[in-house]
Write a protein that binds this ligand. Structure first.
Ligand code: NAP
Length: 289
């Protein structure tokens, strides 16, 4: 058990709801492993209290914090600056102190690409297909562009939202990199990709027998393609089971979750963090033997 003293420093996560957050679990495990006198707690903050909460954090010297739904965008005007990565994604998931005040960034981008970076691929030649156009898809697009992908195909089910998604990249270099497609184009797109990413929640508990891809569609995926599902529970999802059965390399969302947290903790502590401890703590919690 960690002993909280008069010198213990505070980190945290804000959201509404927040009780389900896995962040306190993984961050406190890492802090304990490092022997650092910090504690990481969950703060339930309603939208109407966000500004007061940030002022309070400033007043009592919170070291840094994570942000989850519904504050990832609304926090931006309350910060002193955001990184180019957060600017591109249009959302902040991590806030840390700088000499000029609170700075926001988005470590989902780093988290998403971390498992891809371990694979030997020429990313400039890979044309990924992304399913879904929500918040996570934005971090995925930015991550793929950082890897060097020069053509990113994004598939959504709502034409108006697809158009808005495409427009949202207008002020960046990414508009020429990102193409949007209706669901009907999936059969054609999937055939030619070496990296297929599910960013929809299809397959999450309690609908664990669902997959975003029919048996007919998954068979069009090349056996050499990587199948990546951002969902981390169940593991594997139905989609990843389908992909595994035809020999694809598969990646689930657990590593992204771990690595986005590790990247945030590293920013707060300014030292290497025990990623293995964070991963194992999460696995033990989600998949007890
Ligand atoms: P979101 O903002 O709600 O976006 C979800 C997207 O999926 C939307 O484009 C939505 O389309 C689409 N969608 C939802 N249900 C669908 C269905 N039945 N068929 C087709 N498309 C559907 O959610 P998010 O924040 O991007 O998160 C998406 C998933 O990623 C979740 O499962 C989440 O747990 C996971 N995630 C994982 C990590 C990680 O660290 N591993 C991080 C972030 C997110 P409409 O807009 O038309 O509804």
């Amino acid at each position: 058990m960690q002993h909280i003293t008069g010198k213990t420093k505070l980190l945290g996560v804000i959201g509404d709801p927040i009780a389900h957050s896995l962040s306190p679990l993984i961050h406190n495990a890492a802090l304990q492993k490092l022997g650092r006198d910090y504690v990481y707690v969950a703060f339930p903050i309603k939208a109407e209290n966000l500004e007061a909460a940030i002022a309070g954090f400033q007043a009592f010297g919170l070291v840094g914090f994570s942000i989850t739904i519904p504050h990832k965008q609304s926090i931006i005007p309350l910060l002193d600056s955001i990184t180019p990565t957060a600017q591109l994604v249009g959302a902040v998931n991590t806030v840390y102190r700088t000499e000029t005040g609170w700075q926001g960034t988005n470590t989902d981008v780093e988290g998403f690409i971390a498992p891809l970076k371990t694979l030997d691929r020429n990313w400039t030649k890979v044309h990924p297909v992304i399913l879904g156009i929500g918040g996570a898809a934005r971090a995925v697009v930015v991550g793929l562009a950082q890897l060097g992908c020069s053509k990113i195909e994004v598939v959504g089910r709502n034409i108006a939202k697809l158009e808005a998604f495409h427009q949202s990249w207008q002020k960046s270099d990414l508009q020429s990199v990102v193409s949007v497609h209706p669901w009907e184009n999936l059969a054609q797109l999937i055939r030619h990709t070496e990296l297929f990413i599910n960013t929809t929640p299809v397959g999450m508990a309690p609908h664990t027998n669902q997959s975003p891809l029919s048996e007919e569609l998954i068979q069009k995926l090349s056996p050499s393609a990587i199948a990546y599902d951002l969902i981390y529970t169940p593991s594997p999802t139905r989609f990843l089971q389908q992909a595994q059965s035809q020999g694809n390399i598969t990646i689930d969302g657990l590593e992204m979750l771990v690595q986005q947290g590790a990247a945030a903790l590293q920013l707060w502590l300014d030292e290497p963090v025990p990623v293995d401890t964070m991963r194992q703590t999460l696995k033990n919690y989600l998949f007890p033997s």
